[in-house]
Design a protein around this ligand. Structure first.
Ligand code: G6P
Length: 368
């Protein structure tokens, strides 16, 4: 094949490191860097302005991208969003009014459940848009509009660069929707676009933390279970961190909304339980830290992902602390996804699993 691992030990590692570049390509497709404006097909933007709600359906990591999209679009565009796991979508018989808009997200463009959700929406006469990485896929062909991710071929079964490219497209949609719905002004748009343009550089900076994260992952690899906590738009990133760890290291992991911890999973916490906490210093910070302290009081081994300000504010030393660059809140999910991938990758390498082809999983699932 034309695609090789280069100097990387696994495709997954290569693909993690490609992110600054492929995200930059994807952003360049949807943003006009010189004017600070989003460039999406006009008809699509017009529809984003008109619809009462948007329904998103996808599977696996693509679903979690959709969940970030929901947090973004509701917050920055005041656009109500339903996001479903594709295998659930059809069977809950969602109410799809006339003139509705639905969005499907898929790396391969071949996932059976996502495709049948798309066909369900077509039958209900919805406009069908899809974010796909493979432009000549079935999902792409059956859509009214495709918004490609320019991630290039993704070989590792566990999705990495496709995910952050999907987020990049969703971020552009969010800004366009915010503008057309009158929630964001021209200045706001320019500010959010500038924040996105910074993402590749922030990713490069974050990837420099790999050695430190590798050390933490080695510790993590000895655990039987792990918890991942996040809030708001970083809650889906906690889910993605847990999913990545399960997929390639086979360590049982759960992602939880930090505030929900006390309603169940805290019962699992003992001194052997690693808890990865995503807590950048933003308006959610204090609440998340107080959830973290509930865990610390029960002996949980906290791995705190934050920035310099957050590290300063959390007096007592957690088991491990990874300090990411400061960034605009909007782009946090794009950046905090990277330590999630690196933790899972290095835990798996240290255990010795088949990272690129984990047992029981397929890159593209074409059965329902
Ligand atoms: C499989 C893969 C996942 C992927 C999911 C959805 O389960 O192992 O990495 O997120 O399918 O795939 P898609 O191609 O639709 O994004």
């Amino acid at each position: 094949s034309m695609i090789d691992r280069g100097n990387y030990r696994h495709f997954m590692s290569k693909e993690i490191h490609e992110q600054p570049e492929v995200v930059s390509h994807t952003l360049a497709r949807y943003l006009d860097m010189s004017t600070g404006r989003v460039t999406l097909p006009e008809g699509f933007v017009e529809q984003l302005g008109r619809v009462q709600r948007l329904s998103i359906a996808a599977c696996g990591t693509a679903y979690l991208a959709g969940l970030v999209g929901k947090y973004w679009m509701e917050r920055y565009a005041r656009l109500p969003v339903d996001v479903d796991i594709a295998s659930e979508f059809r069977y809950r018989e969602p109410i799809l009014g006339p003139g509705g808009l639905s969005l499907f997200i898929s790396q391969s463009g071949e996932t059976a459940d996502t495709l049948s959700s798309l066909r369900y929406c077509r039958e209900a006469e919805q406009t069908v848009a899809s974010i796909v990485n493979v432009e000549d896929s079935t999902i792409a062909r059956e859509s009214d509009l495709i918004l490609p991710t320019l991630a290039g071929p993704e070989i590792g079964v566990a999705s990495t660069k496709a995910f952050t490219c999907q987020l990049s497209v969703l971020a552009a949609i969010t800004i366009a929707a915010g503008r057309v719905r009158g929630v964001l002004g021209e200045e706001d748009e320019a500010k959010l676009v500038r924040a996105l343009i910074e993402v590749p550089r922030l990713m490069t900076q974050t990837l420099r933390l790999e050695e430190q994260i590798e050390g933490i992952a080695r510790e993590l690899s000895r655990a039987k279970d792990a918890l991942y906590l996040g809030r708001g738009m970083n809650y889906p990133i906690a889910l993605e961190g847990a999913l990545k760890l399960k997929e390639i290291s086979y360590i049982h992991a759960e992602g939880y909304a930090a505030g929900e911890l006390k309603h169940g999973p805290i019962a699992l916490v003992d001194e052997n339980m690693p808890i990865v906490v995503i807590a950048p210093s933003d308006m959610m910070f204090e609440k998340t830290v107080s959830n973290m302290q509930e865990v610390a009081a029960r002996g949980g081994r906290i791995v705190l992902l934050t920035d310099a300000e957050g590290a300063h504010a959390t007096g007592e030393q957690p088991f491990a602390r990874v300090i990411l660059p400061r960034m605009y809140q909007f782009v946090q999910p794009l950046i905090y996804a990277l330590p999630m991938q690196l933790l899972a990758y290095h835990a798996a390498v240290s255990i010795g699993t088949d990272v690129d082809q984990p047992r029981n999983l397929a890159k593209s699932v074409t059965v329902e």
